[in-house]
Design a protein around this ligand. Structure first.
Ligand code: ATP
Ligand code: MG
Length: 529
């Protein structure tokens, strides 16, 4: 926070006419402005639509009402014009500067144009980013980061004080860390609730604080705290990818940074549906023992103009606050599709959100590992595929025979069967050419139904029967898959070291196809253009 406080002082000193502060932390904003005002010998005023205008009393460190009739949004502007050597904070002014209030936008532009000799600064504070286009060049934006470890330590001590329990000199580190990513008020609430529930505030209360944090994160709508059960041993095949993850994960070990290793920034998993991309993403959380946050890109695009951008920033802030963490963006292409036309359709919001995300990917210093998955390569914006954004782009192909053996084994074991003793895995794998992991799993499930229905143990022929009744996606979509393979050869690393099996035998297949399974597939269409 100290850093942003100093930036604020410098901006006011430099005669910046309008500063916008983005934060939920009202009290923190007040404290910073009060500090800046006293440092620069200015008077500080506050306007909001409920209270009117108040003045900051430096001695008593509190607000004093000076004009409660000044609630109308035009009032602070005349006040501003009549005073010198002031900082005027307009709290939550954003609903008054939409395109329906051109007068207010004009008033702000006028304020931005004022002379330098009056020493007047207008500050707009609001919880999320929103600024009319007309003001983009006039306003300097500061974004307050969520409270730091040190801030949270102070909050923790305040909570201890309010419950009249001894304040530890050195509060337990993991308890404070558990609150990272929360706002001041949320952290206060989390510590208080934990104390009320268990009568103490120690490491034992970490799960309580984390649970509260999960609730807060879920409320955002676009992030979800994920507790995957999946581990890397549940993923069959994909040896190259697994090996990469194991090696790169070591960068988080003690001493690795001193040795010169840098944190991995992220991977993109591209490939055929049902081949274990989402499964692998979940398994990484358990492999590295980091919190896994799933980002729903679709939900980032909120209702109000400008909200999408503040949503993405909010999400990235939370991921950074709880770093080291994993940020999983499933089916990233769904949200990014149509990026080239978005300039027309949504005022460029999609491309600005993508821009924010990509810049962050490149510049982030906190250990947030991004796992993005996609199966429709044609819909991905090229910026995302450019070298340097992620550490590696992996192409996940259909499993080859050996890998299918592994996958069938995993799924039989999950159902408490003994695959090595009771099943002919080699034959099952041989007969399921072209099947994805998801289809193999389905075949095992289907076979279980048949065996149960006939009142006997599960046998090979149940699985073989299920396999023979399935048309794998590879058969109906072999053209698309061949194209994807060609594309991937030059742009991605194969997630498996095995040579993919050819799909030629389905070339002249005459089975009926859905429209999306044939040449009208978007991937092929994009290529035709
Ligand atoms: N390599 C694999 N090993 C074990 N199980 C697998 C594998 N691939 C897929 N599965 C099974 O299929 C399910 C679905 O796979 P997953 O959701 O990971 O596919 P995906 O690649 O993300 O597909 P999509 O592109 O459609 O999202 C998994 O939960 C898992 O049970
Ligand atoms: Mg998936």
């Amino acid at each position: 926070m100290a850093q942003e406080g100093q930036e604020l002082i410098n901006l006011i000193k430099a005669n910046t006419k309008i500063i916008q502060i983005i934060s939920y932390e009202t009290l923190l904003i007040h404290a910073n402005l009060a500090n800046a005002a006293s440092e620069l010998g200015r008077e500080l005023y506050l306007w909001d639509r409920v209270a009117g205008i108040k003045k900051w009393d430096t001695e008593n460190r509190s607000w004093v009402m000076i004009d409660e009739d000044a609630r109308q949004p035009e009032r602070p502007f005349s006040f501003f014009d009549e005073h010198k050597d002031i900082i005027l904070l307009l709290e939550d002014f954003h609903p008054d500067m939409t395109e329906n209030q051109p007068q207010n936008i004009k008033r702000l532009r006028n304020a931005a144009m004022g002379g330098n000799e009056q020493n007047r600064t207008l500050v707009l504070s609001q919880p999320f980013r929103f600024l009319p286009r007309e003001l983009e060049k006039e306003v300097h934006i500061i974004e307050l980061p969520p409270p730091s470890y040190e801030d949270l330590e102070v909050i923790f001590k305040n909570v201890c004080e309010s419950f009249k329990i001894p304040i530890p000199d050195d509060p337990e580190q993991d308890l404070i860390e558990a609150a990272l990513g929360l706002t001041i008020m949320e952290a206060e609430k989390a510590f208080s609730l934990a104390y009320i529930k268990s009568g103490q505030l120690t490491s034992a209360e970490v799960p309580l604080v984390i649970r509260e944090k999960e609730n807060v994160i879920k409320k955002s709508g676009y992030l979800e705290y994920f507790h995957p059960k999946e581990e890397l041993k549940d993923v069959g095949g994909l040896d190259t990818l697994k090996d990469w993850l194991a090696k790169r994960g070591r960068a988080f070990e003690k001493g690795a940074a001193d040795f010169g290793l840098t944190y991995p920034r992220g991977i993109l998993l591209l490939g055929i549906p049902g081949t274990g991309k989402s499964l692998t993403a979940k398994a990484i959380g358990n492999l590295w023992h980091f919190p896994l946050l799933r980002l729903d890109m679709g939900k980032i695009f909120g209702g109000i103009v400008g909200e999408s951008e503040s949503n993405i920033r909010g999400a990235l802030n939370i991921a950074e606050a709880i770093a080291p963490s994993i940020l999983w963006i499933d089916e990233i292409e769904k949200a990014m599709s149509g990026i080239s036309s978005s300039g027309r359709s949504d005022g460029g919001t999609t491309s600005r959100v993508l821009g924010t995300f990509l810049t962050w990917m490149q510049e982030k210093t906190k250990p947030v590992f991004v796992v993005a998955t996609a199966n429709d390569i044609s819909q991905l914006p090229p910026e995302l595929l450019r070298k340097g954004r992620v550490d590696e782009i992996f192409f996940v192909d259909l499993p080859v025979e050996d890998e299918r053996k592994e996958i069938i084994k995993i799924h039989l074991q999950k159902k408490n069967r003994k695959p090595d003793d009771d099943f002919d895995l080699a034959k099952l794998a041989q007969k399921s050419k072209g099947f994805s992991g998801a289809e193999l799993e389905e075949a095992v499930k289907e076979a279980l139904f048949r065996a149960f229905d006939e009142g006997r143990t599960l046998r090979d022929d149940d699985i073989l029967n299920a396999i023979s009744k399935t048309f794998p996606l590879a058969r109906t979509m072999h053209e698309t898959i061949s194209e994807m393979r060609k594309w991937a050869q030059s742009r991605a690393v194969a997630a498996s070291s095995k040579t993919p099996e050819p799909l030629d035998e389905w070339q002249n297949d005459n089975i009926p196809k859905l429209r999306q399974e044939t040449y009208s597939n978007p991937f092929l269409k994009a290529k035709e253009k």
